[in-house]
Design a protein around this ligand. Structure first.
Ligand SMILES: [Zn+2]
Length: 375
């Protein structure tokens, strides 16, 4: 191993100041899609996951005998997740860009940087009579689901977001509660009372109502950190399987958002073990979604992230090579571009996306075109 001696020299990690250049988008925003129309659209957002995390998944979590779930995607690209506030973003601004097509400010959910309410893709989907659903391993009023359901400048006002959620036409919501009773977060009883104005509560077995063909809006609500692990029962994969059953039994097109918060939560505190478990959970859930699309057809599966967290680098200590080590460069979000992968009809429409807001523009165009082609 003598030839690797130079890798063992201790070098302090340096940083230097580089000027940000805010380039404008070209006419890419207006690209029209002319291919096969997807009937169903599934969007998977892995909060905080960048190409460093993906590299760890590819190089440590896959066996030689089984193809990786990542290689099954037909389109593999990236997007620049910057907000209207420069190169960095947060989940509120990034999810808002992806669901409305407009870049916005930190902390803004479903509103532009000046506070104007933006229409999101779920609101268009309700009008087009899609069945809509959200599954998250985080709390249900968290930034990412909230950007698909609500409009607010205050991401901490859980009572307002929950009230807005119960006033939507959403058909399914599975996720956790968090910080009950703190600041603007109501206690569990009040939370359930707000949500039960729209949703019927499923028990832990997730048995769907068989009355009315399961068309009653449903919720499955868990306590803080109850469903976050791979070993939880239910876990994200099982919740997603139930959601697919519900969504596909309605004889209507559907739009489903699946969110995993684990990578972001783990990367903010540099918890490598939790990153690995989060990646396993994401891979396992993506396998279910891709299988659904393969068997049923007509289903676009879009995988992406809202931003990178931790500045993760997969590096090697040559004393332990080929084992990898995770190195972190920040406890915050980084400005690294993030993966954007697609499978199924409509996948190629996402091949040349540059900016997160273009994802929203394309999703809106796909479901709006659906209306005219059905008439
Ligand atoms: Zn974060």
């Amino acid at each position: 191993m003598g030839s690797f001696y130079f890798f063992n020299i201790n070098i302090s990690i340096s940083s230097s100041d580089i000027e940000f250049s805010p380039w404008q988008l070209t006419d890419n925003e207006e690209v029209e899609y002319v291919g096969e129309q997807p009937e169903n659209i599934i969007i998977f957002i892995a909060d905080g996951m960048g190409f460093g995390h993906l590299s760890i998944a590819l190089q440590t979590l896959n066996s030689e005998s089984q193809p990786s779930v990542w290689q099954e995607f037909e389109v593999k690209g990236w997007h620049d997740a910057r907000s209207a506030f420069g190169p960095l973003t947060d989940s509120e601004a990034s999810a808002t860009a992806m669901t409305t097509g407009t870049s916005t400010q930190f902390g803004h959910i479903g509103i532009d940087k000046d506070g104007k309410v933006l229409e999101n893709i779920f609101e268009i989907a309700y009008d087009q009579e899609y069945t809509t659903g959200i599954v998250t391993d985080s709390y249900i009023w968290d930034a990412t689901p909230a950007a698909f359901l609500a409009h607010t400048r205050n991401e901490d006002d859980a009572r307002d977001i929950l009230t807005q959620i119960s006033a939507t036409n959403l058909d399914l919501i599975f996720g956790e509660l968090e910080d009950l009773g703190e600041d603007d977060v109501p206690e569990k009883d009040e939370t359930m009372e707000i949500l039960s104005k729209r949703f019927k509560l499923l028990d832990r077995t997730l048995k769907l109502p068989d009355d009315d063909n399961g068309s009653i809006p449903v919720m499955a609500i868990f306590d803080e950190d109850e469903i976050q692990d791979l070993d939880s029962s239910p876990n994200l994969t099982q919740l997603t399987e139930t959601a697919l059953k519900y969504m596909s039994s309605q004889d209507k097109p559907f739009m489903l958002l699946v969110e995993s918060e684990e990578i972001d939560a783990a990367s903010h505190v540099h918890n490598s073990k939790r990153v690995i478990n989060g990646l396993k959970s994401i891979q396992q859930t993506l396998a279910v979604l891709l299988k659904f699309s393969k068997i049923r057809g007509k289903t676009l599966v879009l995988f992406t992230s809202d931003h990178e967290t931790g500045g993760l680098a997969p590096v090697a200590d040559f004393k332990r090579y080929p084992n990898l080590q995770i190195k972190w460069s920040t406890k915050d979000h980084s400005a690294a571009v993030v993966p954007l992968f697609a499978y199924g009809p409509g996948a190629e429409y996402f091949a040349d996306v540059h900016r997160n807001s273009e994802i929203g523009i394309r999703l809106k165009s796909l479901i709006s075109r659906d209306k005219t082609s059905n008439e």
